[in-house]
Each structure stands twice: as structure tokens, then as C-alpha cells.
Design a protein around this ligand. Structure first.
Ligand code: MLT
Ligand code: ZN
Length: 483
């Protein structure tokens, strides 16, 4: 055991350690530094914390008991699902006093009801496994994000994930009918009612969804599913500008808004990184373009109507110059290849060096102005910076990501992250947007909360926090800035 590990173990009182071992069983508690290492650093490698232990309960009861023991001994708890947070939301601080509570072993799909079209699912099931289970039952879980292979349902709900299908089905919170939560005092809050209508007091589940683990730990949920699509059409379009991409969205929306399953924007710079840095991801268009759109239409109806709709819309767009080139997927494999170009954006940017992410939203009408002004501001701030915006243009959420200049020092670039974020945020604010559309606040953006959400809004948030977690043990340092 290294000195680091014995430090960690020492910060857990012996009786707490004993109680946790009994509650979690063998394999349910990690205290060796080497075993804990994967759980104390974030996916982006921005935050490096320490923990006194990592708890891996296999049941909701063991999870609640872990929280009860932690409350008794005043041990802070950092909930963690697939550890895919973009904002350090699941990484402990450096004190080594917090316990990381990992949900991965609570991984059962408890039930799927084909009449209610619901899925009752535990927190540790990956989003991909949940989608697959719905598909096997002939249904659709209409939530899709780039990290779905690793991201787990608990984290997805705790962060109110958005992603590619928000344009049609809303964010994660819109899909949740029921929720099961382990409260900070160890009680189980059972809100597992699969009702479309239930006006009996406050909608408590919505307080926990999007709270980033600061109020309790989501152990299970009941999700509303949709009929599986029987026809899907996807096309990749080259466009001249964000304004053209937006006009194309409006053109599809005016024809058949309910058919649009995804409408994703990719700048030429960000697509260029995917094309060069991701093997097997190759642009199927003759010439590189200033920007691209991936549009997907889906319907539970069989037949050629969707294909007709896509061809008509693209035909018009090509004719009037809105789209300069386009390719339509002719098979599932081709559709997968088009989506790979989109889904590998975050990975490609990671491979290109250090990057600063601005996960912002603005009203749809303001997107072109936002991209233009923010690009100019960042280029003036850091000459040579690679401005690589992409994302969910159909719902107003742009990932305005900046990749370090080629060959520059990554650490020096990251040292300017607040300058970059503030320059972008200033423009977002003027345009009536949000500084975090779907990634949450985590620990990366708590400093922005007083200015953006100060006054009564932050005060009410703090009161809710104190009421539910009076000892301040749940995910400290996340969402709410220190007083
Ligand atoms: C995505 O939509 O791919 C992510 O939210 C990515 C990111 O900001 O890198
Ligand atoms: Zn996204």
C-alpha cells in the first residue's frame, strides 16, 4: 500500500469502515489507491481528486445504507455513474475525505411494460444497454448522447442529459415518470409511480433530476418509452454557414416537424478533426464544406413516405442553394457511418490536444450571430485557436468548443480557459442564452452561478439543498459555489 492509500484509509474512522464493509459485502468497498484510481479522475483528465473509499453497492438498499453510515460519520459522498461528466461533476476534491459511490453494480432492467410503454430500470444500467433493452421489446428509449456506451441511467438523470433527440422528445427529465432516490439520511424516497397524471403536491422527482447528485442518489427510475421506428432516413448535408443550417432546419420543420428525430450541426473545423483523427470515419462528400448538418427523420409507420419527405426537402434545398451537397444513407450500415462522423466529435477533439468546452444554448434565431461573434472573440483572444462548434442546433444547444492551436502548449492554453469561457459567456448572455445547456455545472462552472443565477434563484436553490441535505454531504463543491 502506498502512503497515499494509507492516508486515504486513515481518514475513514475504523467503525465506519467496518459498517461499510458489512453493508456492501466483499468487492463492494475499495480502499486501495490503485483500485480507486479510475474513480478519482474525470474523463477529460481535468480534475484529479482523492477518496477515502469507493463504495459499489449492488442494491438500492445497500446504497441507502451506505448513505446512512456516511451521514452518521459525516462523510461526504460523491455519486458516480459511468464517469463521463464534462464538468468534473463526479470527481471528488483533493482532500481525500469523500467517499465515491459508484452505481455500476445496480444494473438491472427491472421491467418493461409494453402497454404502459415504460421501462423500470436501475441507476447503473448504461444508456446503451437501456436503449437495447427497449429495442428488444419493440420500443424506443428516445435519449441518445455521445457517451451512451458508458454513461449510466443514474448519471444521465442526475444531469438531466439532453443529446441528439431533445429536438423531438425533450431532455431526460421529460422521459421520467417515476424515481427512486436514496436520501442523504439513508431513507429511501419511493416515487416509483408510472402515472401520466398525478397532481399530488410538489413534483419531487424533478428536484432530483438535474441536481447532479447534490441532493441524493438516484437508484432507479421509470422511463416513458415510445413506439420503435419502422422507417428511418438519415442524410448528411454540406451547407455554407450556420445561418444556412438553421434555414434548413426551418425548411424541414415546416414540412413535418414531428418527423425530425435529430438535427445536428457540425462546423467544417470540427468535422475536419474527425475526418483526420478518427480511423474509419471518412467524410462521404466530394469536397470539404464550411459546415454540415446531419438530419434524421423517423416514424413508426412503414413505407416510403419518409424517404419521399427527405428527398423532397433535400431536392428543394439543393435547388435553392441552401444545401451544396448531400448524401442519403441507403442502409443501416451507412446510417451508422454518418452518425459515427457526429458521435466522434468529442473524441476527435480530445485527440487534437487540450480543448475548452462551452456547452451553451441560445434562442434558435440567435445561433448564427452567436457563432459569428464568439468565433471572432476567441480568435482575437488566442490567435490560431481552432474554433470547432458543433451540436444540437435543432434545440438551440451549440457545443462551442475551442481546440488549442496546433503545436501549442496544451497547459498554457488551458490556463486561459476562464478567459475563453467568459468571452463566450458574455455573448451568450447578451443573446439571452445559458452557460450550460446540457452538461451541467459540476465543479467547472460553479463560479458562474452567482452572476447568472444569483439573487432569489440561487437563494432558493441553497434552501432546497439545506432542507434535503442539512449536513452538506452530497457531492460537495458541485453546482452551488461555496459561500
Ligand atoms: C456531444 O454532444 O457530443 C457532447 O455533448 C460533446 C462535447 O461537448 O464535447
Ligand atoms: Zn451534446
Amino acid at each position: 500500500m502506498t502512503a497515499f492509500a494509507s492516508d486515504a484509509a486513515l481518514s475513514l474512522p475504523a467503525d465506519a469502515l467496518e459498517q461499510l464493509r458489512t453493508a456492501l459485502g466483499s468487492g463492494g468497498l475499495l480502499t486501495e489507491a490503485s483500485d480507486m484510481a479510475p474513480f478519482v479522475t474525470d474523463w477529460r483528465n481535468l480534475f484529479h481528486g482523492r477518496a477515502c473509499a469507493v463504495a459499489r453497492p449492488a442494491t438500492a438498499e445497500a446504497c441507502a445504507e451506505t448513505l446512512r453510515i456516511c451521514a452518521e460519520h459525516k462523510i461526504a459522498v460523491v455519486p458516480q455513474g459511468g464517469n463521463t461528466s464534462m464538468v468534473g461533476g463526479a470527481t471528488p476534491d483533493e482532500s481525500g475525505r469523500a467517499l465515491v459511490l459508484v452505481t455500476s453494480r445496480m444494473n438491472r432492467v427491472r421491467a418493461i411494460d409494453p402497454i404502459d410503454q415504460t421501462m423500470t430500470i436501475e441507476a447503473g444500467v448504461t444508456l446503451k444497454a437501456a436503449q437495447d433493452a427497449a429495442k428488444e421489446a419493440g420500443l424506443l428509449l428516445p435519449l441518445s448522447i455521445s457517451s451512451e456506451g458508458s454513461a449510466e441511467i443514474g448519471g444521465v438523470l442526475a444531469t438531466n442529459a439532453g443529446g441528439n433527440n431533445t429536438v423531438r422528445y425533450g431532455n431526460a427529465r421529460e422521459l421520467v415518470l417515476g424515481l427512486e432516490v436514496a436520501l442523504p439520511d439513508g431513507r429511501k424516497l419511493d416515487l416509483m409511480r408510472r402515472l401520466r397524471k398525478d397532481n399530488t403536491g410538489y413534483a419531487l422527482r424533478q428536484i432530483f433530476i438535474g441536481s447532479e447528485g447534490t441532493l441524493g442518489l438516484i437508484t432507479a427510475a421509470i422511463l416513458q418509452l415510445q413506439p420503435a421506428p419502422r422507417s428511418i432516413e438519415a442524410a448528411l448535408c454540406a451547407v455554407e454557414s450556420p445561418a444556412a443550417a438553421l434555414r434548413l432546419f426551418a425548411a424541414f420543420r415546416s414540412r413535418e416537424p414531428s418527423a425530425i428525430q435529430a438535427f445536428e450541426f457540425m462546423s467544417g473545423v470540427s468535422m475536419g478533426l474527425v475526418n483526420t483523427l478518427i480511423p474509419d470515419a471518412k467524410l462521404p462528400l466530394a469536397e470539404p464544406a464550411a459546415a454540415y448538418v446531419l438530419v434524421e427523420l423517423a416514424s413508426p409507420r412503414e413505407g416510403g413516405a419518409l424517404r419521399e419527405l427527405m428527398e423532397e426537402a433535400l431536392g428543394d434545398a439543393l435547388e435553392n442553394g441552401l444545401v451544396t451537397d448531400a448524401v442519403l444513407a441507403e442502409s443501416e450500415a451507412q446510417r451508422g457511418a454518418l452518425w459515427k462522423l457526429r458521435e466522434e466529435h468529442a473524441e476527435a477533439q480530445k485527440r487534437a490536444g487540450a480543448s475548452v468546452k462551452n456547452d451553451v444554448s441560445v434562442p434558435l434565431s440567435a445561433i448564427p450571430e452567436f457563432i459569428e461573434r464568439a468565433s471572432a472573440a476567441c480568435e482575437a483572444l488566442i490567435p490560431g485557436v481552432r474554433v470547432a462548434p458543433f451540436g444540437h442546433i435543432g434545440d438551440g444547444n451549440i457545443h462551442f468548443n475551442l481546440v488549442q492551436p496546433e503545436g501549442a502548449d496544451g497547459a498554457a492554453f488551458l490556463a486561459r480557459d476562464h478567459d475563453i469561457m467568459d468571452a463566450v459567456a458574455g455573448i451568450v448572455r447578451e443573446l439571452g442564452g445559458s452557460f450550460s445547456a446540457e452538461h451541467g455545472v459540476g465543479q467547472l462552472k460553479t463560479y458562474m452561478m452567482p452572476e447568472w443565477r444569483g439573487g432569489a434563484e440561487l437563494d432558493v436553490m441553497r434552501r432546497i439543498k439545506t432542507a434535503i441535505d442539512p449536513q452538506g454531504l452530497m457531492n460537495p463543491g458541485k453546482v452551488l459555489p461555496a459561500l
